[in-house]
Design a protein around this ligand. Structure first.
Ligand code: 8YV
Length: 308
């Protein structure tokens, strides 16, 4: 039976399939039984767990790293490419879930739904009306990262009567305006939605200059990775009114995020819920498992990531 290093947990029905087909071991097992490392031919993991480079170096028989998630920024892709190890993720099956959370969080932010809920629960409605908020309709929305998820968000947002533009590495000749200059896009928009992939190339893409350009009536939505936003600059911008507010599903140092966020009334905070629905996570985990199966049966993964 093939030995698979498992990093992170999976739903019982997926774990049962893994256990039926492979000997699944954990990082602690490699410490307890050092010889085991020589037999590991696959790693299964989750995209919010790190696959340590030093662990990969200890696995001479490793052939595939399959992650349950679309992000692969915590996988040492350069080393994998050097070793001829294929990396596979789970794209597309989570597009709708992430897009739903993005739009739901944006609406909650603009219409101040968490504050409204607290207002009613506190009995304040008996004494005052809840203050007016702002509409999504008619706003100018800039999408940073027009990949599969960005396109899903754009398609859904069109139904809300917004003007759409996007920024990314290239002009994909889509039906929406492309803006090569991110600061210019931020300046032209009311709302900036960040859904570009995490990794060294996008670290702090959203910095103080971009936030300044977004401006005091502007809103930031980050559904990608905390690393894309300079969080020191973001906290200052939120505290000083440089921007109007933010809906954030991802942060630096999850889950132990900066407590300064908790004191802010102009943020909508969620705990990395992008793909967190029963249906979506089941589909992701199944695709992760099918990637491993396909690799060992045919020498090809179903959804390989471009080599690092
Ligand atoms: C979580 C995600 O990582 O897909 C991604 O990249 O960030 C999320 O889906 C989830 O824990 C994946 O298992």
């Amino acid at each position: 039976m093939r030995v698979v290093l498992q990093i992170g947990g999976f739903a019982p029905e997926i774990q049962a399939q893994l256990d039926a087909e492979f000997r699944c071991v954990g990082l602690d097992d490699l410490e307890r039984e050092p010889g085991l490392a020589d037999d590991v031919s696959a790693i299964v993991t989750r995209s919010n767990h790190e696959v340590p480079e030093d662990v990969v170096r200890r696995l001479p028989a490793l052939e595939i790293i399959a992650t349950c998630g679309v992000g692969y920024d915590l996988i040492p892709r350069k080393l994998a490419a050097e070793r001829g190890i294929v990396v596979a993720n789970t794209p597309d099956v989570l597009n709708a879930a992430v897009a739903e959370l993005c739009i739901g969080s944006l609406l909650a932010l603009l219409r101040r739904l968490p504050q409204a809920d607290r207002f009613v629960r506190a009995g304040a409605w008996k004494h005052a009306n809840f203050p007016l908020a702002t509409s999504l309709a008619g706003k100018h929305v800039g999408i940073v990262g027009m990949g599969r998820i960005g396109k899903e968000i754009a398609r859904k947002l069109e139904m809300f009567g917004v003007a759409l533009a996007y920024h990314g590495r290239t002009d994909q000749q889509l039906g929406w305006r492309y803006e090569a200059d991110l600061v210019a896009l931020a300046r032209d928009c009311d709302i900036l939605v960040v859904v570009a992939p995490g990794g060294p190339e996008t670290k702090h893409l959203i910095d103080a200059r971009v936030l300044e350009a977004l401006g005091p009536h502007g809103y930031l939505v980050n559904m990608s990775r905390g690393s894309l936003v300079d969080e020191v600059a973001l906290l200052a911008a939120l505290e000083n009114g440089t921007i109007a507010g933010a809906a954030l599903d991802v942060f630096d140092n999850e889950p132990d995020i900066d407590p300064r966020f908790f004191a802010l009334d102009n943020v909508m905070l969620t705990p990395h819920l992008g793909s967190a629905t029963h249906e979506t996570r089941a589909a992701m985990a199944q695709l992760m498992l099918d990637n491993v199966r396909s690799w060992f049966r045919s020498g090809r993964a179903l959804t390989p990531v471009e080599p690092g």
